[in-house]
Design a protein around this ligand. Sequence first.
Ligand SMILES: Cc1cc2nc3c(=O)[nH]c(=O)nc-3n(C[C@H](O)[C@H](O)[C@H](O)COP(=O)(O)OP(=O)(O)OC[C@H]3O[C@@H](n4cnc5c(N)ncnc54)[C@H](O)[C@@H]3O)c2cc1C
Length: 420
Amino acid sequence: MNRQSAVDHSDVLVLGGGVIGLSSALELLRAGRSVRVLEKNTVGAGASHGNCGTITPHLLPLAAPGTVAKGLRWLLKPDAPLRIAPKPDLALIRWLLAFSGHCNEREFRRAARVKTRLLLASRALLPELIAREKLDCEFVENGHLIAFRNPALLAKEAPTVALWRELGVHVEELDGAACRALEPALNDSIVGGWHHPDEAHLRPDRYVNELARAVRAHGGIITEHVQVTACERGGTHLQSVTTGVGRFTADTLVMALGAWTPGLGRQLGLRLPIQAGKGYSITYSRPENPPQLPLILEERSVCVSTWGSGYRLGSTMEFAGFDTTLNRRRLDALVRAAKEYLREPLGPGEEERWYGWRPMTPDDLPVIGRAPGIDNLVIATGHGMVGISLSAITGQLVSEIVCGKVPSIDLAPFSPQRFG
Ligand SMILES: Cc1cc2nc3c(=O)[nH]c(=O)nc-3n(C[C@H](O)[C@H](O)[C@H](O)COP(=O)(O)OP(=O)(O)OC[C@H]3O[C@@H](n4cnc5c(N)ncnc54)[C@H](O)[C@@H]3O)c2cc1C
């Protein structure tokens, strides 16, 4: 883009061109607002690119009873699903303390209730969004299977099934033979599993590119390779943002910067305790006999997704700040897990090794709402492990907030004000 001379103004300026920024932009355009999206890289270059693309209302909050003990055990194993980099980082220590404060039965159940409600609402909206905008993103509604190899763990986790039923998430309990009958790609070591027949998946990089196409088709402007470097606040009003190509102003701004949100938030005096939860994936060309359903390989916390165009292994959670290295050990753990559970674990050709930073909050709930003390700023971030799943409802809620409508879901649990 050429250097701007005059200040550019739109009704709404969306900061961040990930799945959350683009979903918000699309719904705002449909509500009749003029919208510009500013993205420092290309759309979908952040966490929204190489993730597993599962649409999973069953995913309960990470902050749960037992998570801290499990995390401490995992810290001793360098290839475990969780890693915390051993370096002094005050913000991370504070975040971990706040996270452990949520790992009790009462907080977990409260968060599970509100998170599941949001996930189910988003799941219901997604097919309509994809059909209406003709998003070509390999969307398939054929369910999801969590596979176990350890019978003791399967028995121990039984209360989760009861909780899902209580929350309205459809689940069927299967023995090993039934898992293999449903998903013949699983090998004989599988002892049982949980089938979520109502879940779905899509190819996330395509979904994001298609959302961008829809935003442009509705008259939105997406300005790529433009980084927001500063925000100018005048009293309770956010007056403009500064970039390398000039200043932009808007009646309302939507901050959808994923894991990067706290940096600009701090400039505005906002306390947004979000840590980058680094995850990895390896994408292959499609195996001859791939799994038909998206899978969770439970003991290894690895996700497997198959599309017509490819095959992906993904997972792991690493708290190491914005570390840009591809940790070989963690990528190898994905391959090892696939070999333990699947008859044909890898695709014939490796296409991409990737990492992305999930925006993680200490209560594992997203942040959706008006920023405290700033009358024209809306925050939409902190979607953690379910940003693709929550994209449709987040776009709708952001549009409702900006347009002054009563939000279709109670936003109190997701308020940016909850961090004090
Ligand atoms: C391995 C892995 C697997 C996952 N699997 C799933 C899954 O199966 N299902 C699911 O629902 N979710 C999944 N997720 C989570 C999902 O990827 C995230 O929740 C989601 O992508 C977050 O979207 P976002 O738009 O908030 O952030 P991002 O996609 O990171 O977007 C933020 C954007 O802001 C831009 N930006 C940052 N700073 C600036 C600036 N100063 N100026 C301008 N632009 C800026 C960035 O370049 C980026 O494009 C997974 C994540 C990982 C890592």
